[in-house]
Design a protein around this ligand. Structure first.
Ligand SMILES: *[C@@H]1O[C@H](CO)[C@@H](O)[C@H](O)[C@H]1NC(C)=O
Ligand SMILES: *[C@@H]1O[C@H](CO)[C@@H](O)[C@H](O)[C@H]1NC(C)=O
Length: 572
């Protein structure tokens, strides 16, 4: 895990440059900006000496770091893959420009950089027909298992996406075990039969092997989508917490002995409202098998994620499904999504944020024939029309604005982490804010500090009256001012590394090298020691918190003047 010490090399020179904001992405309520990039060069917003606070005052506490955020995205259902594959045949230029707009993770690209895909194993309510990878009843040895029972367009589109985004995290899971492992005898509804625990664990292992044989590496697997839901019109299955615990333990052991020890098992994958029930029972019975749990939006409230986090702070949380429905209001949806999911769920410790179908047509189709699911048609992230055109929906704009804040700044670099933030001022209720820091490959490079800001002050005195909020941003004792339009704004600035390690979440610790100015001759080394036990700030996820080891203040003269940029005394 953490190395005990690391070196901190400082080459000191010259005046202190303040932080500056150049980069702004914006989506406004009136759609005058739609994920629109503005570069403020040559007139950036400067951080300077603090003055009076604005109508709202965003206070960024960069000394509080929380979980890494591993991206936004959706489910690549069979239907989504089919509709995208049809687009590829119809108009391949439009297909590739759409995939780039959705998935290119390159810093500065005009793209949302979606980096997390959830993929059904076998049929869901968005498939052409009901199938599993082994529909031969009683085939307990799974000798008829065949990953290619999934339509070929699923893997073809997935590989096209992978060719654009090499950072993609792929999370696979079934909507039902094969029907013959259930009391209903069909994938559509029913209950899992416990005597198939080891057969089903083997089925999931074979699914991982099927992906691996196609050269696709899988980040995470879940046992069952929505294990508390049974519906006779589409693949669903009730699997109790104790059944899922037993399947998870069997699967973990199979994965560890078959080369999948690096792939996570994520439990539950259902609504917020049972956060204190099923997911906690799962951990009580099989904590060693599960890296964490995932939540959906269709029942309960996002703050219920805290019930799980409080009980199992060392376990991960993912937010894996919510769907728009057709006919709802564009701007109302964006407010809800930011508040509850793409700022909110992250604020409540989720590592990601996903919508349901990635792509469908304008009728929310194709769906599984006969399903009652999405009775009011579900709206996908992107609508693809039969004439070969496409358009992105409110789900896209909400996630794109959030995604820009946390994508790795450098190729091979770490993802953004949530940091502390709160909002003061008389109009503090007018803003919802997430704050993030993104580490660098070269630790001498300045960190990126990002804000995602929802201004939802659209009827301050009752009637509709979208009101920009004049806002101050407080950072390391400096202050910047920006007036946020009603909408969602993502902006960032850069600041020196104060000694954090940002090697993502694997616990490895990189050496930090920080240079003041260009005078390499006046380099000095400051050593820090990782706080271990006494007074340690090592947080629940064993992320990056360090205690102070030593600081030779005599080197720097006026240390107080350095405080806004470099603080060696970590707040604990
Ligand atoms: C599991 O139990 C069901 C009846 O509940 C039975 O039909 C089936 O053969 C059993 N399968 C195994 C693998 O034990
Ligand atoms: C950091 O520096 C120390 C001392 O030079 C070295 O032993 C260690 O391997 C380095 N760690 C990394 C992650 O580079």
């Amino acid at each position: 895990m953490h190395l005990p010490t690391f070196a901190f090399v400082l080459a000191f020179a010259g005046p202190i440059l303040g932080q500056q904001i150049y980069d702004i992405w914006s989506t406004t309520w009136d759609r005058s900006s739609l994920f629109t990039y503005t570069n403020l060069s040559p007139n950036p917003i400067n951080f300077g000496s603090p003055g009076a606070i604005g109508q709202a005052d965003i206070v960024v506490t960069d000394t509080s770091t929380f979980q890494s955020v591993w991206g936004f995205g959706a489910s690549l259902t069979d239907s989504s893959a089919q509709i995208l594959n049809n687009l590829k045949s119809k108009n391949s230029n439009n297909y590739w420009s759409l995939l780039e707009y959705l998935f290119d993770p390159t810093d500065g690209a005009n793209s949302a950089g979606f980096s997390y895909l959830r993929i059904p194993l076998g049929a869901s309510d968005f498939s052409a027909n009901v199938y599993s990878f082994d529909d031969v009843s009683g085939d307990n040895a799974l000798s008829s298992f065949n990953i290619n029972r999934a339509p070929s367009y699923l893997f073809s589109v997935l590989n096209d996406i992978r060719s654009i985004n090499s950072l993609l995290r792929i999370h696979i899971l079934p909507w039902s075990p094969p029907g013959w492992m259930k009391d209903s005898g069909t994938m559509n509804g029913g209950n899992f039969l416990s005597n198939y625990t080891s057969v089903y664990a083997n089925y999931l292992l074979k699914s991982l092997q099927g992906y691996k044989n196609k050269g696709i590496s899988v980040y995470a697997i879940s046992i069952q989508n929505e294990p508390e839901n049974s519906n006779p019109t589409y693949p669903t299955c009730k699997i109790s917490a104790s059944q899922e615990a037993q399947i998870g333990l069997a699967l973990r052991s199979l994965m560890d002995s078959n080369g999948f020890s690096g792939t996570k098992i994520i439990g539950y994958d259902h609504n917020w409202d049972d956060a204190g029930g099923y997911p906690i029972q799962l951990m009580q019975q099989a904590s060693s098998a599960f890296a964490g749990v995932s939540f959906h939006c269709y029942g309960g409230t996002v703050s219920q994620q805290d019930t799980f986090h409080t009980a199992y702070p060392q376990k991960e949380i993912y937010f894996t499904e919510c769907s728009g429905t057709q006919g709802s209001d564009w701007w109302s949806d964006i407010k809800w999504y930011m508040d509850n999911l793409f700022i909110g769920s992250i604020e409540h410790n989720s590592h990601n944020g996903l919508m349901w179908n990635l792509a469908l047509d304008g009728n929310g189709s194709p769906k599984l024939p006969g399903t009652s699911s999405c009775g009011t048609p579900c709206r996908p992230v992107v609508t693809v029309n039969s004439d070969g055109s496409w358009s992105v929906n409110q789900e896209f704009y909400s996630m794109a604005q959030a995604s820009k804040a946390i994508l790795p700044r450098d190729a091979g670099g770490p993802w953004g982490k949530r940091i502390g933030v709160n909002v003061g001022g008389t109009l503090n209720w007018g803003l919802r804010v997430g704050a993030y820091v993104t580490g660098r490959v070269n630790s001498a490079d300045w960190l990126r500090y990002s804000l995602v800001v929802l201004n939802w002050d659209d009827h301050p005195d009752g009637p509709w009256n979208p009101t920009p909020v004049q806002t101050t941003i407080e950072f390391r004792g400096q202050q910047a001012t920006y007036t946020f339009p009603v909408g969602v704004t993502t902006l960032w600035w850069y600041a020196p590394n104060e000694g954090h390690s940002f090697d993502d979440d694997d616990g490895a610790l990189a050496n930090a090298t920080v240079t003041f100015g260009g005078n390499a001759n006046s380099a000095a080394t400051v050593a820090f020691e990782h706080a271990t036990s006494a007074g340690a700030a090592a947080d629940a996820e064993d992320e990056d918190e360090y205690g102070e080891k030593m600081f030779d203040g005599s080197l720097y003269g006026d240390v107080a003047a350095q405080q806004p940029l470099f603080r060696f005394h970590r707040q604990q």
